[in-house]
Design a protein around this ligand. Sequence first.
Ligand code: TTP
Ligand code: MG
Length: 371
Amino acid sequence: MVPTQARIVMLVDLDYFFAQCEELRNPALKGKPVVVGMYSGRTETSGAVSTSNYLAREFGVKSGIPLFLAQKRLEGKDAVFLPVDYDYYQQLSDKIMSLLRSFSDVLEQASIDEAYLDVTKKTEGTYEKAEAQAQEMKATVKREVGVTFSVGIAPNKLIAKIASNVHKPDGVTVVRPEQVKAFLLPLPVDAILGVGKKTVAKMSEMGIKTVGDLAKFDVQRLVEVFGKTLGVYFHNAAHGVDNDPVQEAGEAESIGRMGTLKEDSRDLDFIMEKINQQIEEVYVEFTQKSLLYRQVGITAVMTDLSAKSRSKTLEKPAKDKETIHKAAWELFEKYLGETDMEIRRVGVRVASFSKEEPQQQLLTRFFQPKP
Ligand code: TTP
Ligand code: MG
């Protein structure tokens, strides 16, 4: 019997994805350092490295560094530089995701090269079967598409994500519930999703260096410093607790808006200006339909056109603008801590709707509280 709460979650992360796609298309690249770059077009080498294969990484060439620096580091190494071909990677990604879907109870795609799979039922709740299944998934994707990936298998998304990074490329890492503490506590705090450079610095001042330090830290103080959502999230994460379900994207009907920023940015206030306009429109739409929402989500499309979505489920249904604003603000703040990339397009949405009771609708319509 599988206890109702116990889950087995996998995080599949494709290895050096854009560069691996390029190797697949042109096998002559194998054995050479391969760099996929976002060329800005200003000069021949202006722009940044999108990703590189593992050979190029040995020379210190990794995502985010300037292309001219990558060229310098790979001088005389027979390296190949290619521009991003997003459509091609997207096609391969779609094919892989549909193969992976057949191995899951539920699949949630987290980015072009990452997906969470809830495999609790498929594996009858056993880690032996999950591990065997991961090998079968690898063999299938290798055979049908030709690419490798790394997997983390764990009781929740948080641990699965961290585990997926332990053996890369082409690895499988299993963290069973009884191993979670020993796995997590010695890691540096930035192993936790959402702990970026700024948070690391702040935590370091507070004497928090490892996840173990964070786990011992008073949760009230975390809330004082980081706010309720993040403070509680950090506390739970440090204890290996994460109840976030694996959810098929777009499962719930949602109301949202997307738009392009006037310029690429990482400035939270600037981003929120755009989001606030969108919230106004979203608000009108769900109010007209007499809907209450219980989930607020954001989407960020980065300068390389990769998209990330994050959402937050509220304790109870809401129908006001401020709650959306607050949740979107928190989600963007957390998300900016996870990436160094600039954001090009942003969006906000509400979902998980319930109908406002007719009685309640009348009351709110006729007895509007005085401002
Ligand atoms: P990642 O999964 O972070 O990186 P990766 O797949 O290249 O390498 P790894 O083996 O470590 O998983 O990102 C997926 C793709 O997203 C990557 O192939 C290219 C793109 N990307 C960028 O364009 N810029 C970035 O800064 C990062 C991190 C990724
Ligand atoms: Mg990857």
